[in-house]
Design a protein around this ligand. Sequence first.
Ligand code: ADP
Length: 314
Amino acid sequence: MGIISIGNVVTYAASILKFTDAVGRMAILLNRLKGYAVFAGDYVEYMNLPQRKHEGAIPVEKRRDGKFSVEFDHVSFRYPGSETYVLKDLNLKFEIGEKMVIVGKNGSGKTTFIKLLCRLYDVTEGCIKVNGIDIRKYDYAEYCGLFAVVFQDFQVFSFPLGENVASGSDVDAKRAEEALERAGLGDRYRRLPEGLRTSIGKEFEENGVTFSGGEKQKTAIARAIYKDAPFVIMDEPTAALDPESECEVYAGFDKMVGNKTSIYISHRLASCRFCQDILVFDQGKVIQRGSHEELEHQTGLYRELWEAQAQYYA
Ligand code: ADP
């Protein structure tokens, strides 16, 4: 009848098709959204959990001289839901700038000691003081900022290397490179296809790289170096490393630690040889404390452990 031109018919027909297609896709998306909302709900619920550790409000003293003193005052601890004390009436003091090594058999409470110091758990009895103030009174986030810790069960995420080192998406490239260098990953880093942007693992990036256990551990160490906190704590820092990397990492520690307080938990007593302050843990107590020379000449667990390992250092 000549009312609509052929061109218009084609346009309208195409629009109707597009419209129905879009409505169909929207229905599918809405359906998926319902599924995602379940996950998001868990996330929101988790993020909204009240943070009991946030009760303290005192800001941590910002000291240019980096002077901090730490005191464990009659500290006892048992894990929530457990009846047995993992730490019993622990009393000790140390100052920043000191290098301390903790040794002892497995299960003697070394890691727990560190977890308490970092406030991953609160003490059951007694109190821990930093600069004379109960650590529970400090602002939690600020307090956490004092520590750079490499735990045994560190995590390296399937994100770009730079973000792994900086623990976030805001990466200071120069600082990250320096941290990697000091952690002994410099050569490996220079061989990476996209430098700091190279993804670790292939979960999200096809051309991501797979790191060995030792390389992951060095990445975790680089993360601690990057954080540049006044306390550096390493829990069995070299457990996953071969002897050569171990030497490299120890040399790096000394450079990185400078005048900071450093605490190493170590099962290799060779690392104690030059240390002035060694704590020997046994069944939740510190049973010996002193320099290598002092402890070596005392009968006790330290000498036993040293002699048991000495054959490897001969
Ligand atoms: P170490 O570092 O000297 O090997 P830990 O501090 O890891 O010792 O462990 C001390 C004791 O605490 C062990 O007997 C261990 O089984 C127990 N323990 C460690 N973590 C937990 C936990 N999350 N819940 C209950 N018990 C734990």
